[in-house]
Design a protein around this ligand. Sequence first.
Ligand code: GLY
Length: 337
Amino acid sequence: MIIDNLHEHLCELGDRQLFFVVDSAVRQKCFELSPCITPENTYILEAQESNKTLQIVQQIWDFLLEKQATRNSVLVNIGGGIVCDIGGFCASTYMRGMTYINVPTTLLAMVDAANGGKTGFNYKGIKNCVGVIQMPLQVWHYIPFLETLPRQELLSGWAEMLKHALLFSANEWERVTHAMQNLTNLDKYTFASLVEQSCWIKERYVQDDVADNGMRKALNFGHTVGHAVEEWQLSLGKTIPHGFAVMYGMVAELFLSVEKKHFPQTIFEQLKEVWATYYKTLPITPADYETIIAWTHKDKKNTQTDRINCTLLADFSRPYVNQIVTEKELKLAMENW
Ligand code: GLY
């Protein structure tokens, strides 16, 4: 839910003991926003992927133990996806589960990571290898956090909003693509309304399949190829914002949706134009396709390693999960890049 005053909402939790995991990037702002947040009850996390480890999990458990947190305490995670994922995991496992609240500070976390209860950390080089699905008590969206976000970060989150629009309706698609033209000048009411609607669409897919065995997988649209692009870049010692990689994935997977499920070609062309205008940043050559395909085989959604499993769309809000595509089809799809 959208909140205007973080302090008031913390006070509404009554006399429950509060603890915080806070992204170092917003530490000062958080101390200013509420006197409830103090250096004594706060674990500061340097939010980078290399810190999403068992060691940091242990440090947070130790912090909670040392401060005598109980199952009745509340852990409030304030930060991006890494903070929400790792803080959510620590809360869900500490004393067999304490309540937690997510306060996402990036657009990406607002519309994705903070909602839906997926928590965890990386293990043995595998992203989110260990984790649990445990819902937060609440997710609070404090829109002013977005005001200082770099444009790249906004665009990264916007990619997930575009995905949710495709999973919902032509009207939503029109609204999200139109608002994008004014991205850095959007007023906070427009932002709030776009974020709320995007979260609501995600919730529709999560609520009937919290455990992620069926229709929730529709939310993986664009992510089979997207994750492969992300991992490929990492293997080269480079990083690409998650949403940018997902946009490469969506172009490829929406092309396959047109070919195999008759998704409207005009919308595919619009997606491609958005990608080319805002997200096309990688110098990919046909020689790279094989490497990226090899990375799709490592995707944890592929239960059989010789097949590539992804979500395709027949239309807005008509996803088909667990669709098998061949390497040849994928290569053809990548020719759109
Ligand atoms: N990010 C996709 C999901 O929460 O299922």
